[in-house]
Design a protein around this ligand. Structure first.
Ligand SMILES: [Zn+2]
Length: 131
C-alpha cells in the first residue's frame, strides 16, 4: 500500500530531532515517565510529529500508569496502521501513522471500555494541538 507521504531516510533525519527519528523511523521506545505527554490532561488532538496527521483525541486518553500516553481509540481507524510485530521475541501489535509510516507505539488488549484496547504511544511521536 502506497503511503501519502514518502521521504528518504536522509530527509527524515534532517526534519526530525534525533529522539523523534529514533522512535518514528527506527521503532525506538522512549523511557517511561520521561515523555512530555504521559500525564498530560490538556484538551486537543494529538498529531503525528512527523507529518501532522491527526491520530488521537485527548478525550480518549486515559491514565494507564505505564508512563506512556495511552488512548483507547484513534481519531479514525484509517489514520493509523496496525501491524504484528515479532521483534525481540515478543508478540506485540505495532501502531504506525498511516500517512507517513512513523512508528508510534503498540496496542494491547487490556484497555478500558468501550474498546478494551490500550494504544501505548511514545510522547515524542506526538504533537498536541488545540482544536
Ligand atoms: Zn505521520
Amino acid at each position: 500500500m502506497a503511503r501519502k507521504i514518502q521521504k528518504t531516510e536522509d530527509e527524515w533525519k534532517k526534519e526530525l530531532s534525533p529522539a523523534e527519528y529514533q522512535v518514528c523511523r527506527q521503532k525506538g521506545t522512549e523511557p517511561p515517565f520521561t515523555g512530555k505527554y504521559y500525564a498530560s490532561k490538556e484538551p486537543g488532538v494529538y498529531k503525528c510529529v512527523a507529518c501532522g496527521n491527526p491520530l488521537f483525541d485527548s478525550k480518549t486518553k486515559f491514565e494507564s500508569g505505564t508512563g506512556w500516553p495511552s488512548f483507547y481509540q484513534p481519531v479514525s481507524p484509517e489514520n493509523v496502521e496496525i501491524d504484528e510485530d515479532h521483534s525481540y521475541g515478543m508478540r506485540r501489535t505495532e501502531v504506525m501513522c498511516n500517512a507517513c509510516g512513523a512508528h508510534l507505539g503498540h496496542v494491547f488488549p487490556d484497555g478500558p471500555k468501550p474498546t478494551g484496547l490500550r494504544y501505548c504511544i511514545n510522547s515524542v511521536a506526538l504533537k498536541l494541538e488545540d482544536k
